[in-house]
Ligand binder design. Sequence first.
Ligand SMILES: [Zn+2]
Ligand SMILES: [Zn+2]
Length: 320
Amino acid sequence: MITTIDLNYSNNIFPLLSENIIEAVKNNISEWKKVLLFLNRRWEAHSIVCKNCSYQVKCDFCDIWMTIHKYPKPLLICHHCNAEKNIPMECPKCSSTNLINIWTWVQKIEENLKKTFNDTIITRLDSDKIHKEWILIDEIRNSQIIIATESINTISIDNLGLVCFLLLELEFLIPEYNIEEQVYDNITYNMKRGSEIMIQTYIPDSNFIKLIQEWNFKDFVTQSMNERKEFNYPPYKELVYIWVRSKSKEKMKDMIIKLYNKLEINNISSNTIFYDKELFMKRNNEFHQKIVVKWDNLKEFLSCVKYEVFRNKEINLEWK
Ligand SMILES: [Zn+2]
Ligand SMILES: [Zn+2]
């Protein structure tokens, strides 16, 4: 069963913790069942939604939700292609000025849960911890409330009574073209576990939430395919992810410039290749930058670049 809670009209004990959620968590704990609370993996994500008409700002080029960056000046940025938009003062769709920034409360969730359930074992699992499975098994066994990201789905949780998406629209801020499909999958997976599902949202009238509520997979697929066709995503175009890695940030940037030049020489237009300059990662003392390429013919693309590893359309370019 799926229950959708409209945060615009619910009685909220703390931000993102409505009376309905608190009540449901209490009931499950008293029956010795576990509760899983989902929160997006990008805790720092900021975005804007219109409380009046459920509008969320999407990138015009990628059909991906845009996030707010405060520096050097406040802007909405697409983490897929780096496109920018000014932060609207009124909703572009309905002209309402009732726009809210949905970030501010996310970091306080754990703190506020501890205040409400002070004799309950609460565990927050981030993706780094999830990769160390041996730590997890004990921690999950002993916890009553687990706050986690969708990567928790790789681990089985016994006696799970309730799964809550504290703010469903936050899940969409991950810059991947198939993020709606991933969220749909995640909800289906947890329903199949036999848990009760609760979704909190400020945009209950959005198309996606309506389709979830009606459990209308056929319309969901039709709509997704139309969007993918319009924005040149698979299955209509090849999508290649290139990881550029180096121990030095400068060398990594240098290699990206060389890659761009190489593509330019081969008359490949710049609107087929995307990356977010701000979104590089540091792992094991090495810088990683993800680059997305939309392409008609993968073979043709590969003939333009020198690559070292090629598997499942992921290419690793390394610079020693
Ligand atoms: Zn609006
Ligand atoms: Zn974009």
